[in-house]
Design a protein around this ligand. Structure first.
Ligand code: MN
Length: 212
């Protein structure tokens, strides 16, 4: 975990330098306290997945870019083989871990994360950047997802598509760890979110067509 903390520390410093943001400004943009940002930059803290998301959203960068310095282009021919990159955390204080399986692809505007949530755990998420949409499919166990105040329970094999620019949360009601795949779609620019109503309407099982 030490190595990951150091990597995140470096990424955060690089992002701040690129934007020329002070710690004050960064705290305002991300919603992460100045004290916590300082700890992360010094490699003294293993931030939770929720905190990492706040940082990514504040800087308007994909989550997986915190771990992959360069966007990874698919290999020629066959698509890039799925691989488990270094985990964001092996279960943070909230019992959540998130691992980029397919890191962000700028041409396609998405990344695929593998999430694991410990039995009985709950992980709260602040809104992601405007227009970000999550397509979450439970692989093992059971998961409850709250979007805009409404909880929905998903069994293995069930999916939920939701506007992730609203407050949301993940909860594991079961006795076993819940594992899920989460395709995160980032719109081009800061525009709207195709296929998802502005009120955050949710479609289960993802049968709705999506625009581009
Ligand atoms: Mn989220």
């Amino acid at each position: 975990m030490q190595e990951i903390s150091q990597h995140i520390a470096e990424r955060l410093r690089t992002l701040r330098r690129a934007e020329a943001w002070s710690l004050d400004r960064t705290a305002r943009e991300t919603g992460v306290s100045k004290a916590m940002l300082g700890q992360i930059e010094r490699g003294e803290s293993s931030p939770t997945v929720a905190t990492l998301w706040k940082i990514a959203s504040g800087f308007r960068v994909p989550f997986s870019s915190l771990f992959e310095p360069e966007a990874v282009a698919p290999d020629a021919g066959a698509t890039g083989a799925a691989r488990q990159a270094a985990p964001a955390s092996e279960g943070d204080a909230a019992g959540m871990s998130a691992v980029p399986l397919f890191p962000f692809d700028p041409a396609l505007g998405f990344e695929l994360l593998v999430g694991t949530l410990a039995a009985g755990a709950i992980s709260e998420s602040a809104p992601h950047a405007p227009g970000v949409v999550e397509h979450l499919v439970v692989v093992e166990g059971e998961l409850e997802v709250r979007v805009d105040g409404v909880w929905r329970r998903l069994a293995a094999g069930e999916g939920l598509r939701f506007a992730a620019d609203l407050p949301h949360a993940y909860r594991n009601p079961g006795p076993e760890p819940a594992r899920f795949h989460d395709v995160i779609h980032y719109p081009r620019g800061a525009g709207g979110s195709p296929g998802v109503a502005s009120d955050g309407a949710i479609s289960a099982g993802s049968t709705s067509a999506s625009g581009r």
